[in-house]
Design a protein around this ligand. Structure first.
Ligand SMILES: [Zn+2]
Length: 93
């Protein structure tokens, strides 16, 4: 299925666009999870792939904010960001 254009489809960070106005990947790198539109995932991406990328970030990398240049919003919380974006959580165990 086609990924969402606005916000990171992996972690839900709202500050990036994964697709441009004509649905081409932007190659924006998400400051929250480090995933790049067009590299880790494509325009059409299986939901299970996105969940697995989300798991790698939330579990393997403990949901740590990635970018040193872009600071997280005040009071930022990785799990809340995912949930507020309406994205399904991966297995957290
Ligand atoms: Zn992200």
């Amino acid at each position: 299925m086609k990924i969402r254009s606005h916000g990171c489809p992996v972690c839900g960070y709202p500050g990036i666009d994964a697709l441009d106005a004509v649905d081409v990947v932007t190659h924006e790198v998400c400051p929250s999870c480090s995933m790049e539109a067009g590299y880790e995932y494509g325009v059409e991406e299986d939901a299970a792939v996105l969940v697995e990328l989300r798991r790698q970030w939330l579990v393997d990398r403990r949901g740590v904010w990635w970018s040193a240049q872009v600071k997280p919003p005040e009071g930022w919380n990785a799990l809340e960001q995912v949930l507020e974006a309406g994205l399904p959580l991966p297995p957290l165990g």
